[in-house]
Design a protein around this ligand. Structure first.
Ligand code: MN
Length: 200
């Protein structure tokens, strides 16, 4: 069964003013749609056809087409889910405890995550990951992610931010740090907490 572009869990304008409508339309409807169709074309007729995206991405050496488009498919599926028009604020429960244990405070976590996102040169992603029950932050180039073999990030990603220019340039131009700050106003901490619970 082919991969399908998931519907956004909110309307294109729901994340305004933090993420603008036009960016959401193009990002989901063009970029994510493109990764999805190209992933399907890349796995068609190969031994990876029919496997889950997690199985594919963790399977070892990937062709450029599967690495870039499979990563793009997976990463954006997570990205839409970890944002919400009702997001922002602070995490609670076990996730809050784990953030405090790993980083000292929510503000210290935000600084570490923002720094990873801001200093990723060129296109890529910053991640909050779980490994052996502990949280860590890292970043990857292009559409790579921590579940791929051989990337410098390790663990199960539970939150990611897209820092490709297509994610912010219409509204923020070169001001990537402003976009990263805005992201924290729409973080869906309930979803991140659910991802955390699944990953530990
Ligand atoms: Mn993107």
């Amino acid at each position: 069964m082919a991969f399908e572009l998931p519907s956004l869990p909110y309307s294109h304008d729901a994340l305004e003013p933090h993420i603008d409508t036009r960016t959401m339309e193009i990002h989901h409807g063009k970029h994510h749609a493109g990764y999805t169709s190209k992933l399907n074309a890349a796995v068609a007729g190969t031994e990876l056809e029919g496997k889950s995206i997690e199985e594919i991405l963790s399977s070892g050496t990937l062709s450029a087409g599967i690495r870039n488009n499979g990563g793009g498919f997976y990463n954006h599926c997570m990205f839409w889910e970890v944002m919400s028009p009702n997001g922002g604020g602070a995490p609670t429960g076990d996730l809050a405890t784990a953030i405090n244990a790993a980083f000292g405070s929510l503000d210290a976590f935000k600084e570490t995550f923002s720094n990873a996102a801001a200093t990723r040169f060129g296109s890529g992603w910053a991640w909050l990951c779980v490994k052996d029950g502990k949280l860590s932050v890292c970043s990857t180039a292009n559409q790579d992610n921590p579940i791929m073999k051989g990337v410098s990030c390790e663990g199960t990603p539970i939150m990611g931010i897209d820092v490709w220019e297509h994610a912010y340039y219409l509204n923020y131009q070169n001001r990537r740090p402003d976009y990263i700050n805005a992201f924290f106003n729409v973080v869906n901490w309930e979803k991140v907490a659910a991802n955390f619970t699944k990953a530990i």
